[in-house]
Write a protein of this length. Structure first.
Length: 439
């Protein structure tokens, strides 16, 4: 395993103890999902080549959807894409009439990331990079930077909302050129969707539109094109917690949001979008429930129906649905090995016997479901290692029987895979304990 910086180590441990996904160091704990990740890498390359992609990442609570999507985000950043990720919530959704869709766009814009700004807040970098490239080009061609900017933004004006988008970028350039920080700030606020009224936008920037509930998707397409004009390869949009649409009490609100999903899906599948990709994370009921889920909307059900030939262990990852496969006992063992390597040094590390005993205990307590939803298992393991670190002389064998893992799946009982218990050292896919995929 590569040397961990203290900041990465602390971030990983704190996140895992809380049952959430760390933003740093994902490559140090990644196991399994190799085929799914390979498909996502292909999608990212397609976006970089000018195409579009959409994937629905489906899995139970705690199955690793957010981890998987964040790993895809890191891969996209390494490939030169811009990313915008956000969670849906009661006040953030794809379609609304009370500002909730604009709220989602504003959250996406705040979380906009580039390779040099992986933690969000990357929008100013993109705009300044665009302006700087225009200045360099103008110097080479012996013309004004304003002329180059107008030329490079001309194609945006052909898109819905593109004229005002281009005008706002030009206004940023004016502020940049004259040293007017207030004008630059107003332009960034507009691009982030922070203007709530058209009157304020017209007063500050001279434009007559703003990012509103009806134009969120159009502005995502504009942002993808602008990112490419600034020298990036495309835009990947991640929307997690899509189950919040399933939970909407109003059937009309659900239908309106599903219609927006259908619009995005059609654009991607028909080739109407370019340099743009979507990852949407949700639970099985969000997808398959015929009363409230995506399958309740007939047009979506027909487009998202899974391949009927996928039976008896066969897989097809070419469609828009990615169902997260269960972690195997071998995957779980490697995951615990990786966590042990992060939290303990070689002198104090617990033996492999402790890992197999811990897994056997989990299997007896919550059955095979702990491979599908490993969150509780990982949290318990991190807590156990923390107790061992702070209480010298404590024996791991005494702690394992005291572990209390919430049982959300009744009395489902099964034994751990015999191969793990018999020969745990054979389960690592390569010498450093990581899966075959590495960043």
């Amino acid at each position: 395993m590569a040397q961990l910086r203290p900041r990465e180590r602390d971030a990983i441990i704190q996140a895992l103890r809380a049952g959430v996904v760390p933003k740093l160091g994902l490559e140090h704990v990644q196991v399994g999902r190799a085929r799914e990740i390979e498909e996502l890498v292909k999608d990212i390359e397609r976006i970089a080549d000018g195409g579009a992609a959409i994937r629905f990442v489906i899995g139970e609570y705690g199955s690793g959807k957010t981890f998987f999507m964040n790993l895809a985000r890191l891969v996209a950043l390494e490939k030169g894409l811009v990313t915008m990720f956000a969670d849906l919530a009661p006040d953030r959704r794809l379609h609304a009439s009370g500002g909730q869709a604009r709220g989602l766009y504003a959250e996406l814009a705040r979380n906009l990331s580039t390779r040099t700004r992986p933690d969000g807040g990357g929008l100013p970098n993109i705009v300044e990079r665009f302006v700087s490239k225009a200045q360099q080009d103008a110097a080479t061609r012996d013309c004004s930077a304003g002329e180059v900017i107008a030329e490079r933004l001309a194609h945006l004006e052909e898109l819905t909302g593109g004229y005002d988008f281009a005008q706002v970028v030009r206004r940023y350039w004016e502020g940049f050129d004259t040293g007017d920080d207030q004008l630059k700030s107003a332009a960034l606020r507009w691009l982030r969707g922070e203007f709530s009224t058209k009157t304020d936008a017209r007063k500050a920037l001279g434009v007559r539109t703003i990012v509103d509930d009806a134009s969120v998707y159009d502005h995502l397409k504009l942002m993808a094109e602008f990112a490419v004009a600034a020298g990036y390869k495309g835009l990947l949009v991640g929307l997690d917690e899509m189950v919040n649409l399933f939970k909407l009490s109003s059937s009309q609100a659900r239908k309106s949001n599903y219609e927006q999903i259908l619009r995005i899906l059609n654009d991607v599948l028909q080739g109407s979008a370019s340099h743009l990709g979507f990852l949407k994370g949700g639970t099985p009921e969000f997808l398959m429930d015929t009363r409230r889920g995506l399958y309740s909307y007939e047009a979506l059900q027909s487009r998202l129906a899974e391949n009927t030939f996928v039976q008896d262990g066969l897989v097809d990852l070419s469609g828009p649905i990615i169902r997260l496969a269960n972690l195997t006992p071998e995957d779980m063992f490697v995951l615990l090995q990786n966590i042990r390597a992060i939290m303990q040094d070689e002198k104090t590390a617990i033996p492999n016997e402790a890992l197999t005993s811990f897994m056997a205990h989990c299997s007896k307590r919550i059955g095979e479901s702990y491979f599908r939803t490993p969150r509780n298992t990982v949290t318990a393991f991190v807590n156990m290692l923390a107790v061992l670190a702070q209480n010298p002389g404590t024996r791991w064998s005494d702690l394992i029987e005291q572990i209390d893992i919430a049982d959300d799946h009744g009395d489902d009982m099964s034994d751990i895979d015999e191969a793990v218990a018999a020969d745990p050292s054979a389960n690592s896919e390569n010498d450093d304990g990581l899966s075959s995929f590495t960043l």
